[in-house]
Ligand binder design. Structure first.
Ligand code: CA
Ligand code: CA
Ligand code: CA
Length: 210
């Protein structure tokens, strides 16, 4: 096959490319088998379509943990850490508008004797995260404990980590009882495919919290 006859059906630009290929590979005829190259490209495109999976599985909350990191064990105070795990990466802007996962300041309220949760104390947040029923009534008194907090996203473990900061109102109690903390996720939480969280899945941790 001569170069001249091979180029006959190609555009000027394609011909230039073929010439460069011929030049680069020392005029080896097998290299310029454009039909083989094209079928390889078509196969690669088809494989891309096959491996693209549409995620239709709702995310779930998988864990809740409230550990002491402050001066007072068994009482909510600065340094304590609340960790909430999820089954998959979350659209962080569904939790807080504009959030990219880096440390952001939020407000955490330890609510006193919430009638909606069997008169237990609760933890709520000023972002779309959810509510924790602490399973006991001795974590705060009236009129609630309020703390600043720093929230970060752990993208290796798909967890929200909240470290309590300064009190803006300190009514925290102390309990040495082990109680069942139950996390109820906010229905606004979505995965990265904008699928809403399954609110029926509510993880529980029995522990001496805070
Ligand atoms: Ca999903
Ligand atoms: Ca504590
Ligand atoms: Ca209480």
């Amino acid at each position: 096959m001569s170069v001249h006859s091979f180029n006959a059906g190609l555009s000027w630009r394609s011909a230039a490319v073929v010439f460069l290929v011929l030049f680069g590979y020392g005029m080896k005829a097998s290299i310029v088998d454009t039909s083989a190259v094209m079928s390889d490209l078509a196969l690669a495109a088809a494989n891309d379509v096959e491996t693209a999976v549409w995620d239709t599985t709702p995310p779930t909350a998988t864990s809740i943990r409230i550990t002491n990191g402050g001066a007072a064990s068994n009482a909510p105070d600065p340094g304590d850490v609340i960790t909430i795990g999820f089954s998959e990466p979350i659209d962080l802007t569904s939790i807080k508008s504009g959030w990219d996962g880096t440390a952001t300041t939020i407000t955490v309220t330890i609510g006193d004797n919430d009638k909606s949760y069997s008169d237990n104390d609760t933890v709520t947040f000023n972002v779309n995260l959810g509510i924790i029923d602490l399973g006991g009534a001795e974590y705060t008194g009236k009129p609630n404990t309020i703390l600043d907090a720093s929230m970060v996203w752990n993208d290796k473990q798909d967890k929200v980590e909240i470290t309590l900061g300064a009190y803006s109102r300190d009514k925290a109690g102390t309990t040495t009882a082990r109680t069942d903390a139950t996390f109820y996720p906010d229905p606004a939480v979505q995965d990265t495919g904008r699928i809403s969280i399954d609110t029926a899945v509510t993880p529980v941790k029995t522990d001496r919290h805070f």
